[in-house]
Design a protein around this ligand. Structure first.
Ligand code: GLN
Length: 448
């Protein structure tokens, strides 16, 4: 039963929302680490109310929420121990919007701590790939994508991407992952990774359902200073497509799958993206992350301990104990890039190169409606393979997703087929606010 059919049945009172919610929360609990918290009793209560009065576009639809998005009275820890037991006293704007439409929050999905990672291994509760539990689900929205693939019930996942955290796990788990234009969905109530890059988006089994999630999440929000006043353009037609030439320098099986999905295309070269996107992204993302994490100093936010020593000693002891290794690395590198004396050479330079990259895309979109590439250069790696990666090798695997994220461009990853029985994702990127074009081509690829 697809989501449309389910919502129809709910409206006609032909199906019990409570039963569906019971089933899906059971799946959430038994899933291989896809959830950090399951909102059992809260979800059932909502289901009972909605069964009596099914109002809203999404009446009765179960939704999972990435752990970094605040849900009132539900543990919201961004995958971090430093936020253990944090229960927000408020809902993120996007949660308010979805609940107003009758969606039912079933729990929080596991992720890399604060979104720092590509494989959801930088956290205590490591989610496993439903296709092969010895492999990663990708990240940082690993739990969200994995559960979207795993569940048999109608469901949409809400997640977040800074540099590819929706597309990457969507690709590894064989589902559709939609990252909208920067500023389209309010970030109010999102626990920050890097403010100039963070975007909330959706995952679902189909492109159509990922868009259903998007449409019901949108609103201008004065609480988010980067919230857009414009909305998605109505233009649906996709006239010209280009495949990014450099993105085909991947494994031959992956390349062939991508090429088999598109007819009538040009090849286009994006040299600045290829050469500069990874260093630019990691300098900006880490710089912003290091300032965002400064507030977790054991006093006002998050975990604390007995006051001992001077402030520096106290602050360091709390942070040493509760942050993962990768977060510590990013705090150190990000702080370094912003230090006086280095700021011009790294952080400010990265901002300038970011503009170069944005301009390169803008030029491409003068001619093309959509740019295509594989989502990831590899299939989901085994945990044993990830352990062997150096940090730099790990970051390099984001080479295809960081470009669109740096430029705030909407992109959609969907399944293109399988290699060694593992899903391979194809990624479509379009100009700002042209999400409807992604939908047109995405549905076409899905149907063929
Ligand atoms: N893998 C990238 C990083 O580690 C992207 C993560 C994200 O989008 N949250 O920064």
């Amino acid at each position: 039963m697809n989501i449309q059919e389910y919502l129809e049945k709910v409206k006609n009172r032909e199906i019990s929302i409570v039963k569906i919610v019971e089933k899906i929360t059971k799946e959430a609990k038994s899933s291989p680490n896809h959830f950090t918290a399951v909102a059992n009793s809260h979800a059932i209560k909502r289901a009972e109310q909605l069964e009596k009065n099914p109002v809203g576009n999404l009446a009765g639809l179960p939704i999972s929420i990435k752990d970094c998005i605040c849900v009132k009275d539900l543990d919201s820890t961004a995958g971090s121990e430093i936020l253990q037991n944090y229960r927000p006293p408020f809902n993120a704007t996007v949660i308010k919007n979805l609940e107003k439409q009758g969606a039912i929050i079933i729990g929080k999905t596991s992720q890399d701590e604060f979104g720092f990672g590509s494989f959801s291994v930088n956290t205590k509760k490591i989610p496993k790939n439903p296709y092969d539990q010895t492999r990663s689900c990708g990240g940082s929205s690993g739990g969200a994508a994995a559960f979207t693939s795993y569940t048999k019930q109608p469901h949409i996942a809400l997640a977040e991407s800074t540099g590819g955290s929706i597309a990457n796990p969507a690709s590894f788990c064989g589902v559709a992952g939609l990252t909208p234009t920067y500023g389209l969905i309010s970030r109010y109530g999102l626990i920050d990774y890097a403010n100039s890059l963070d975007k909330i988006g959706t995952l679902a089994k189909t492109v159509k359902d990922a868009f259903l999630g998007l449409y019901n999440s949108l609103s201008y929000d004065e609480k988010d200073s980067t919230s857009l006043t414009q909305t998605i353009s109505k233009e649906k037609k996709v006239k010209k497509i280009a495949i990014v030439k450099e993105s085909l320098e991947v494994d031959k099986d992956i390349k062939d799958l991508i090429l088999s999905k598109v007819k009538d295309y040009d090849l286009i070269s994006l040299p600045n993206v290829k050469k500069h996107a990874i260093p630019t992204y990691y300098i900006i993302a880490m710089s912003e992350a290091s300032t965002n994490l400064a507030k977790y100093c054991g006093i006002r936010y998050g975990a604390t301990s007995d006051l001992k020593g001077n402030f520096d000693e106290f602050f360091s002891s709390v942070r040493s104990k509760h942050f993962q290794k990768e977060s510590k690395r990013r705090i150190i590198l990000g702080t370094f890039a912003r230090m006086s004396g280095f700021r011009d050479a790294y952080y400010l330079k990265a901002q300038k190169v970011r503009t170069l990259i944005i301009n390169e895309y803008k030029k491409a979109f003068k001619k093309y409606d959509i740019l295509i590439s594989p989502t990831m250069p590899i299939i989901a790696p085994k945990f044993s393979e990830i352990e062997k990666l150096t940090p730099l090798e790990n970051y390099m695997l984001d080479t295809l997703t960081v470009g669109p994220n740096l430029a705030g461009l909407p992109h959609l990853s969907l399944n293109a087929g399988f290699k060694e029985k593992m899903p391979v994702g194809i990624m479509l990127t379009t100009n700002h606010l042209e999400e409807e074009k992604l939908r047109t081509l995405g549905e076409e690829i899905e149907d063929n």
